[in-house]
Design a protein around this ligand. Structure first.
Ligand SMILES: Cc1cc2nc3c(=O)[nH]c(=O)nc-3n(C[C@H](O)[C@H](O)[C@H](O)COP(=O)(O)OP(=O)(O)OC[C@H]3O[C@@H](n4cnc5c(N)ncnc54)[C@H](O)[C@@H]3O)c2cc1C
Length: 544
């Protein structure tokens, strides 16, 4: 029996991100992944949402975007069958990063190794129990079974999470009869003419590329791998269908015939495909754990929430960044009361919003298929919650489409997809908190004594930052009792105009916990409370 601080169950993207965050904070997690190597099955094609700027705040964006065909704010993006044209907004609220999930996992694994962390592959968690002091884990490893005791266990073990089930955490939501069938295939270049984002296929006509396209009998997507990966062979595609198929036998392995038959149903004709690889199915469930913590066990990523459309990697990786520094403070014995519970308080509502937009997209897609198809009750409820009266009118798809041409509505939905519409509750903000409080800190351009810098660069060490943009001494004086062990105090001039604040306290995860307005009469008001809430009481002065 070995005693450790933190075990992470699973070794997918959420686990790797969390492990990197813990290493940054000086904790050595034990990461247990049952697969002997990264799965070859095609999964995510990219990230969409606030995790993209967040990766820059950890110096990961450069390495993850190398070779990518799309990174940064995106001028247009689909919301179900509707296209949001953000170019009308003078700045897109939605970020993307095109990267195959396998590469994401490889690069996060490399980063973890640089930070001195390891992933134990071929180690499967088989049972979990806990008492007040410890979590006991049974593990089946390549050299036999063994037992670990950990102060904390984080289940990042995916949708069917053993950790979640054994911790007794419920996973309410809906199971859909819609099945997506996915594969990597070759569409022979001799038979297909490409023009921009369209492919002309004999016997079928024009098919849109890189979009979720609805047809009367379901939907399809065709993604040329060259759009994701410049080195991909010509003619190689990730293709998928989507259709209601309550009779599908999900226990049988997926076959090429099944993919071909599904394309024939949704397109009404045969798609010329060869060389099938990496065939898989996804069921369009949307579920969320009823809590993200049970005693010494926490869950994150797909273990905590599943939904089809709309960036579940965004939600999972942001869970990891939110949890990492809090769990590190807890195991290092420096966490203020309630810090670890703020993970659930902040990320559960964020997961709910992510599921809401996903259900709304699915409902609009169903309406877009035409005929007498109606969204599921959950989909209809999501449309009502997001679009109010427009969802209850005759022809709701057209009504909502018109609504989403209004810039402020388009921005609202863009921010929902980004995950930036969520404001974390922060103590001490009063009735009218500064607009940045609870939000990801903007990447302000700065000039400090060390030269030019940006907020993103200041956050790369994963420490809290007190950014003092005032000319006075009050802000630094209010924080002086904390010293520099737990906080980086940066005095700088803001080169981004107009400066949104006179001073900011940014938590290690990049979120603003406290801000003073520019020119505030008492620029340090409330700072003491914010620092105590997030990094604890100041350390005792020497000699006390
Ligand atoms: C076909 C497809 C396409 C997708 N496309 C996108 C996309 O474009 N963008 C997007 O954001 N999301 C996409 N997703 C969703 C995305 O892949 C998931 O949200 C993501 O994989 C979740 O990461 P995770 O680390 O939380 O869980 P997982 O990736 O499921 O990782 C969990 C890990 O835990 C391991 N594990 C499970 N049980 C145990 C155990 N008992 N012991 C040890 N290890 C265990 C598993 O082997 C696995 O490696 C797609 C999913 C699919 C299937």
């Amino acid at each position: 029996m070995t005693d450790v601080d933190v075990v992470i169950g699973g070794g997918g993207p959420t686990a790797l991100m969390l492990a990197c965050e813990l290493r940054l904070a000086g904790v050595e997690p034990v990461v247990l992944e049952r697969l002997p190597e990264i799965s070859q099955i095609p999964k995510g094609n990219g990230l969409i949402g606030q995790i993209v700027p967040m990766l820059d705040y950890r110096d990961l964006l450069g390495r993850l975007s190398a070779g990518s065909t799309g990174v940064g704010p995106v001028p247009r993006f689909s919301f179900g069958p509707l296209m949001l044209n953000f170019s009308k907004l003078g700045g897109s609220p939605l970020h993307i990063l095109a990267i195959p999930q396998r590469r994401l996992e490889e690069r996060l694994g490399e980063r973890l190794a640089e930070l001195g962390g390891t992933i134990h592959r071929g180690h499967e968690l088989t049972a979990v129990t806990q008492d007040e002091e410890r979590v006991t884990l049974d593990v089946r490893g390549p050299d036999g079974d063994y037992r670990l005791r950990a102060r904390y266990l984080v289940g990042c073990d995916g949708a069917h999470s053993l950790v979640r089930k054994q911790a007794g955490i419920g996973f309410p939501g809906v199971t859909s009869t819609e099945i997506s069938r996915i594969g990597r295939v070759v569409l022979p270049t001799a038979k297909i003419t490409l023009r921009g984002r369209e492919a002309k296929v004999p016997g079928i006509g024009k098919l849109r590329l890189m979009a979720h396209v609805s047809t009367p009998d379901g939907g399809y997507s065709l993604g040329p791998l060259a759009f994701l990966d410049k080195g991909a062979p010509r003619g190689a595609y990730i293709v998928s269908t989507r259709e209601e198929d309550p009779a599908a036998d999900l226990s049988a392995p997926m076959t090429f015939d099944e993919l071909r038959d599904s394309f024939r149903r949704v397109l009404g004709a045969d798609l010329p495909m060869t060389d099938p690889q990496l065939l898989s199915r996804i069921v369009g469930n949307s579920r969320q754990a009823d809590r993200y913590r049970a005693g010494r066990i926490l869950i994150a990523g797909d273990a905590a929430h599943v939904f089809g459309l709309g960036g579940s990697l965004n939600t999972g990786l942001l869970d990891a960044v939110n949890l990492g520094w809090k769990l590190a403070a807890e195991v290092q014995g420096r966490a203020p009361a309630g810090l670890l519970d703020s993970y659930q308080a902040e990320r559960h509502p964020a997961g709910r919003r992510a599921i809401l937009q996903s259900r709304a997209q699915k409902a609009l897609t169903t309406l877009g298929q035409g005929g007498d198809r109606q969204p599921t009750p959950e989909g209809a409820a999501a449309l009502r919650e997001l679009f109010g009266d427009a969802a209850g009118q005759p022809d709701p798809l057209r009504q909502i489409g018109e609504l989403l041409r209004q810039p402020e509505q388009m921005r609202r939905i863009g921010e929902l997809m980004e995950g930036s519409d969520v404001r974390y509750p922060m103590p001490g903000g009063g009735d009218r908190p500064h607009p940045l409080v609870g939000k990801l800190a903007p990447d302000l351009k700065l000039k400090s004594g060390d030269g030019g810098t940006r907020v993103a660069e200041l956050m790369r060490a994963g420490r809290g930052v007190l950014l003092d943009l005032t000319d006075g001494a009050a802000v630094a004086a209010a924080a002086s009792a904390w010293g520099t062990a737990r906080l980086s105090v940066i005095t700088a001039r803001c080169l981004t105009a107009p400066a949104p604040a006179g001073a900011l306290f940014i938590r290690p995860d990049g979120y603003v916990a406290w801000a003073a307005g520019p020119g505030a009469a008492d620029p340090a008001a409330g700072l003491d409370e914010a620092l105590r809430s997030w990094i604890g009481a100041p350390p005792p002065a020497a000699g006390q």
